[in-house]
Design a protein around this ligand. Sequence first.
Ligand code: SF4
Ligand code: FES
Length: 337
Amino acid sequence: MFKVTIDNRTIEVAPGTTILNAARMIGPEVAPPAMCYYSKLKESGGKCRTCLVEVSKGSEKDPRPMPKLVASCRTTVMDGMEVKNFTSPKVIDARKGIVEMLLTNHPLDCPVCDQAGECHLQDLSYEHGTEGTRYEFKRHTFELEDLGPYIQLHMTRCILCYRCVFAANQLTGKREHGVLERGDHAEISTFLNKSLESEFIGNVIDVCPVGALTDKTFRFKSRVWFTKPMDAHRDCPTCSGKARIWMRGEEVFRVTARKDQWGEVEDWICNDCRFHKKETKDWVIDGPSMVARNSVISQGHYAGKVGTTKPQVYVDKVLGRQPKMLMDIHSISDVHR
Ligand code: SF4
Ligand code: FES
């Protein structure tokens, strides 16, 4: 076993473990953010640079620090290695730069984006970004492309993390889409506009860290934080049938795979469960989902958190009425319905 210290916390891990996974074993307080690495997808990682860390001591044998920050999802630990993540000013500064770079072309359309509230880039920019933008130019635009009946592609929001490409390759057994062109021309595309028809292709929506791939059956129906996530299962001949259903009252607004504390899918689900089972009678409800990620979705969902009470809501008392929507955001946005 190799001993590695991350942000002053020491753990022993098997040789071959990456710094990122060693940090995840310690816990979220030292784990670097990851926008492209996905433990369930082979070859993922190494694209986005959000997981950069400082190696202040290479190993017991060679204690020299590594000269540059390294991608923790692609760097394996050495015995006696010492790593700084949140304790390194260099890392914090570099991450600010990464957020700024990821947002160079990404539109700031969170108010109309279905991913808002569960977007890893939104979380990342709140946690590591700066308040303003220095960007003065027109952002990159693309021709609208149809990805079939279930999935909506907003290429302007894509950060080219390749997760959806790996998911499509590895889950469907055949290559359905990929990244065409390179550099600032790079874009996700189906080959010859072939629609994505595989039974498991809906999972690309769940692996996308931003709102570039969204569920057409849920688009613009509700903000995620107004829905209540419940773990549910059904007897499905195609997949495990273990899913998360997002309810408002008795209505099922959308179905997704269940995700773990790193925001990664636990069990891939099929298109039938995801897109066609939208009634409560289709599901056996196991109970409220534990939302472990530090997300707006967990606000107001106190189930399972021992010793917490729901805070008082004062907005209506201050306003003297229930808050209501003051404008139709679509009228001032160029996002297509
Ligand atoms: S569409 Fe989403 S998952 Fe695919 S490369 Fe872009 S950001 Fe990543
Ligand atoms: S998570 Fe490591 S480079 Fe993207």
